[in-house]
Design a protein around this ligand. Structure first.
Ligand SMILES: *[C@@H]1O[C@H](CO)[C@@H](O)[C@H](O)[C@H]1NC(C)=O
Ligand SMILES: *[C@@H]1O[C@H](CO)[C@@H](O)[C@H](O)[C@H]1NC(C)=O
Ligand SMILES: *[C@@H]1O[C@H](CO)[C@@H](O)[C@H](O)[C@H]1NC(C)=O
Ligand SMILES: *[C@@H]1O[C@H](CO)[C@@H](O)[C@H](O)[C@H]1NC(C)=O
Ligand SMILES: *[C@@H]1O[C@H](CO)[C@@H](O)[C@H](O)[C@H]1NC(C)=O
Ligand SMILES: *[C@@H]1O[C@H](CO)[C@@H](O)[C@H](O)[C@H]1NC(C)=O
Ligand SMILES: *[C@@H]1O[C@H](CO)[C@@H](O)[C@H](O)[C@H]1NC(C)=O
Ligand SMILES: [Cu+2]
Length: 571
């Protein structure tokens, strides 16, 4: 009897704690929208000028714990911020502006004190320093084509002062060659099992590679005022300003904290919640990076303004693509020109109508359905920028030369209560011996098979890919049944099942990419290229060293548990 009473009391206490946590949460509708100005993040040059010619630069960028104000009416939030110094550190971090063909070296330094500002989960494979005296971090430059030792391997983590290091740690200063096509990249934390929380805490920033000789003649909107990065993410906050992440997992008896997807209802652009920007009545270029953990955005303008896509997430398109809306998966980048001279109104709200989780989750509302507001000046401006009919054409993928065909199956595993417990690629944990070993300089065809309920944005380090086609799997349950037993797409006769309807690839996503949304129940065929796309020369570095590369789902909560596999390039 006494025992039951005790249990009862315990339960009440637990419920009390839960509702107390609920009470501490900020209701996003309490924050007025469009009151803070859109910040421009500090810029750090990836090169230095010497006698009027650009030379390699060495940057020193730290990770600092500090406070950041996300909204006028929200108390300052403890965050982890990248910056050249504590005082200049921002969320997102500084934008690194690199030049094609000129090396950028970055010494990434961890200044984070030991206790994490967010909850994490030691029951998923996680970087854990033996003395537990620091926060493991390691930086990956997303979209970068560079040596393995500078790729930010998840096990190459380090803590403050490099006191402790992960098993594949290699060097303190990373080397980015910038010999690839001009485009939009971003850097972010990649530590094993902590990526979702370290990004949520603020460890993200933009990186642009420019190539004036080839981009200049295009005459797209340029310069700091008219060519801007928008780093978009969603967060939940407590009333005291702190970032809220649920500390109870969806399967607490298996994983005390891990949840399959993080969503927040406050939409943050360049570190401010629903900011505003006054623009001139002319063309602007926006490089929009979706840095959410799991939220997809489908952007559109409330006043009907169009987006002109000029590049996909990693390379220019051959020709511009006009669209009324644009769907961005986590970590995808939309590079668009918006012509405010075409606006019939003096204000335009950039909005979002993607259900979450995408595509079958909850509809958006007033909070998460708004992104930011543009206030458009009345006077028409002289605008010499343009969007030419032809942008930059890269050789199309040649499937006839593919050196390998691979099948990459995405699996989700659930508990008896049908809650996701973990996700694997090819039914293998990350630690299982490497199976993807492409030869440097070759192309391969990967058939990515989504056997889960979700749309997984697949990201490949080093290799760029183009999407060839997406085919629905017929008799899916039968195929899934076979795959769950055999885990072998060929033995399960995939060609017998990949016969359903074909999904088109949106025009603005037909170029070379580094992330693509893998539609559930479909097999997505991609051609992955392990060489540069703008020349036929081999890489200007050795891609074959340790610790190699990885490929993974870019829903960070999936990547951490553990929708990630090694990728080792061979000679
Ligand atoms: C946290 O997650 C648990 C498990 O899914 C859930 O029961 C609880 O309601 C969540 N808490 C909040 C405040 O959303
Ligand atoms: C955008 O929407 C308008 C109005 O519905 C339509 O006339 C126009 O053709 C659309 N543009 C594109 C590129 O889809
Ligand atoms: C942003 O990226 C996340 C994670 O990769 C994805 O789930 C989400 O859908 C993306 N949102 C937009 C608007 O692209
Ligand atoms: C939108 O939905 C979220 C999540 O349910 C909620 O927290 C928020 O208050 C809602 N916003 C509005 C304006 O209703
Ligand atoms: C992923 O595939 C599953 C079945 O394998 C399907 O039920 C689900 O709808 C697919 N997800 C998307 C986003 O298409
Ligand atoms: C690369 O080589 C192929 C044939 O080997 C040729 O068609 C193509 O134009 C070359 N591309 C570049 C950028 O030189
Ligand atoms: C460090 O990286 C270099 C270059 O990739 C490689 O040759 C070397 O084996 C690596 N060392 C360790 C300890 O991983
Ligand atoms: Cu995923």
């Amino acid at each position: 009897m006494r025992r039951i009473l005790l249990l009862h009391l315990l339960l009440l206490a637990l419920l009390g704690e839960l509702s107390a946590e609920q009470d501490r949460l900020l209701n996003p509708s309490r924050l007025e929208m469009f009151v803070d100005e859109l910040p421009d993040m500090p810029k750090l040059p990836g090169f230095r000028m010497e006698n009027a010619s650009p030379k390699p630069n060495l940057l020193s960028i730290g990770m600092f714990k500090k406070k950041w104000r996300f909204h006028r009416d929200l108390p300052p939030t403890p965050v982890y911020a990248y910056g050249a110094s504590f005082t200049t550190a921002t969320v997102p971090g500084p934008t690194i502006e690199a030049l094609h063909g000129v090396d950028t070296h970055v010494t990434w330094t961890n200044y984070l004190p030991p206790k994490h500002i967010l909850p994490w989960d030691p029951t998923i494979p996680t970087a854990e320093p033996a003395n537990k005296k620091g926060i493991p971090t390691v930086v990956h430059l997303h979209g970068g084509i560079h040596e393995p030792a500078s790729d930010g391997n998840s096990n190459a983590w380090f803590t403050a002062g490099f006191k402790e290091k992960g098993p594949t740690w290699n060097k303190t200063t990373y080397h980015y060659n910038n010999n690839q096509q001009p485009g939009n990249l971003w850097y972010h934390d990649h530590a094993m099992g902590l990526t979702r929380v370290n990004l949520l805490a603020g460890l993200i920033g933009a990186y642009v590679i420019r190539h004036p000789e080839v981009e200049g003649p295009l005459k797209l909107p340029a310069g700091h005022e008219f060519d801007r990065n928008l780093v978009v993410f969603d967060r939940a906050f407590r009333k005291d300003g702190s970032i809220y992440m649920n500390s109870t997992g969806n399967n607490p008896s298996i994983h005390p904290q891990w949840q399959p997807e993080y969503f927040g209802d406050v939409i943050v652009v360049n570190g401010k919640a629903w900011p505003k920007l006054t623009v001139r009545r002319r063309k602007y270029r926006f490089r929009i990076i979706n840095a959410s953990n799991a939220r997809f955005f489908r952007f559109f303008f409330t006043n009907g303004l169009e987006f002109v896509h000029v590049s996909s997430d990693s390379a220019y398109l051959g020709a511009p693509v006009v669209a009324n809306q644009t769907l961005l998966a986590p970590s995808e980048i939309a590079d668009v020109v918006v012509d405010f001279s075409k606006s019939k109104t003096d204000e335009a709200v950039l909005a979002n109508d993607a259900p979450y989780p995408y595509p079958s989750g909850d509809p958006v509302n007033e909070s998460n359905g708004n992104i930011m507001k543009f206030i458009i000046k009345k006077n028409l401006e002289v605008d010499t920028s343009r969007v030419p009919d032809k942008l930059i054409e890269y050789p199309s993928p040649d499937t006839s030369v593919a050196a390998q065909t691979r099948y990459i199956a995405l699996y989700e595993y659930t508990s008896p209560t049908d809650e996701p417990t973990h996700l694997y690629i090819n039914a293998k944990p990350y630690e299982a011996p490497v199976t993807e070993t492409p030869k440097a300089g070759t192309s391969e065809i990967w058939n990515v098979i989504n056997l889960t309920e979700d749309n997984h944005p697949l990201h490949i380090h080093l290799g760029l890919f183009t999407v060839l086609d997406q085919t629905e799997l017929v008799k899916l349950e039968e195929f899934k049944e076979c795959m769950s037993k055999k885990n072998d797409a060929v033995k399960c006769q995939i060609s017998k099942y990949a016969r359903g309807r074909k999904l088109g690839v949106p025009a603005h996503e037909k170029g070379w990419k580094n992330v693509y949304k893998m539609t559930p129940g479909h097999v997505t065929r991609i051609l992955v290229r392990f060489s540069y796309i703008h020349t036929n020369t081999s890489y200007t570095f050795d891609p074959t060293g340790m610790p190699g590369y990885v490929y993974h789902c870019h829903i960070l909560d999936h990547e951490d548990n553990v929708m990630m596999r090694p990728l080792m390039v061979v000679k």
